[in-house]
Design a protein around this ligand. Structure first.
Ligand code: CP
Length: 359
């Protein structure tokens, strides 16, 4: 496979920056690496002696383990730079003497030592300031001479979306004609990022699936993301619609993806031009809409409404007993463990391509 299109590119918001053909190529490589993994074939020449730096500002099981294992399976090294143990990387204008280090300096230094930097940041480390975490990653990309990988920010979780597209392709063999519903699901935890639903609906419309977004009052997603989904669905002559009816989202769907995300009121919003705060977090409002959404739990009753081959997806971790019942997530329609495994193969494909691997 020729990988010249990919070498040196960032993986920040590939649902927007990469074409559908690029996604197809990455998926093809992910499937090939999955086959080689199952056959216990040596893949350690692909990124031999290359170094991946990771920075997790938030907790993680799947993303951390799959990048760590993945780079080593490709012959490279993993160096975990725990924020707090290093000087915390800070954007211009957010420096704290001897506690933080300007992103420009961090990015330039790491670019001399290793081959890619993967970052996770959303929520508390970004003060729930919507867009701050993504801007942090963009500042890294501005100064780094090596690729930056978004392992989840406050807007996008492209690594999850790629593994999810891989899982859909694996189960149905195609995206064409596949009806997916990305649905809100209730959780007692009010503060959650929106990165997964936003990346999943972007990737699904990009790949040409028929997509329904279903959520209760107060859980609207980013307007720019919605506009892009509408644009993709027009380009692909597929459907994209938004509904506010939990059960309706399941009717006839081939793929249902019910998961919790934060209400609009969870976030602080800023004017992108002036940087001025335009809307404050409102915890009382976030709690009000969350209480009203208590019925949005996936049970067998909803799963019976799906297509006869319908599958249940969730990025994990799931809030069992709130988002979903045990008999659904552990049931025959659930593919959540396949999705989690596919993170490994998807991330290996991304690293192999953007780090210029020997494929
Ligand atoms: N889905 C996901 O990103 O899982 P982790 O938070 O465990 O990495």
């Amino acid at each position: 496979m020729k990988n010249n299109n990919f070498k040196g590119r960032d993986w920040l918001k590939p649902e927007i920056d990469y074409s559908r053909q690029d996604w197809e190529k990455i998926l093809d490589l992910a499937f090939m690496l999955k086959k080689r993994f199952a056959a216990e074939k040596d893949t350690t020449k692909i990124l031999k002696a290359q170094t991946l730096f990771t920075m997790f500002f938030n907790q993680s099981l799947r993303t951390r383990s799959t990048f760590d294992a993945g780079i080593q399976q490709l012959g490279g090294f993993h160096c975990s730079l725990e924020p707090g143990k290093t000087y915390t990387p800070a954007r211009k204008g957010f420096d704290i003497p001897y506690k933080t280090e300007r992103i420009k300096d961090v990015a330039e230094v790491l670019s001399r030592i290793g081959d890619a930097i993967a970052i996770r940041m959303y929520g508390p480390p970004a003060g729930w300031n919507y867009g701050f975490a993504h801007a942090t990653m963009e500042e890294f990309a501005e100064y780094a001479a090596i690729p930056i990988i978004n392992m989840e920010c406050d807007k996008y979780h492209p690594c999850q979306a790629l593994a999810d597209m891989m899982t859909v392709k694996e189960k149905f063999g195609t995206f064409k004609g596949i009806k997916m519903t990305m649905s809100f699901a209730y959780s007692g935890s009010i503060e959650k990022p929106r990165a997964v639903p936003q990346s999943v609906i972007l990737a699904a419309t990009l790949m040409g699936m028929d997509v329904t977004l279903s959520h209760p009052e107060g859980y609207d997603l980013d307007e720019q993301v919605i506009s892009k989904c509408e644009e993709y669905s027009r380009q692909n002559s597929s459907g994209f619609r938004i509904i506010n009816d939990f059960n309706k989202g399941f009717e006839g769907a081939h793929v249902v993806y019910p998961k919790a995300w934060g209400a609009h009121a969870c976030f602080n919003y800023f004017d992108p031009e002036t940087g001025k705060k335009i809307k404050e977090q409102d915890h009382a409002e976030a709690k009000r809409v969350n209480d009203l959404a208590k019925g949005w739990m996936t049970t067998k009753q909803q799963m019976e409404l799906t297509d006869k081959n319908g599958i249940y997806m969730h990025c994990l971790p799931a809030d069992r007993g709130q988002e979903v019942t045990d008999d659904v997530i552990d049931g025959p329609q659930s593919v959540v463990v396949d999705e989690a495994e596919n993170r490994l193969h998807a991330h290996k494909a991304v690293m192999a391509l953007i780090m210029g691997g020997n494929i």
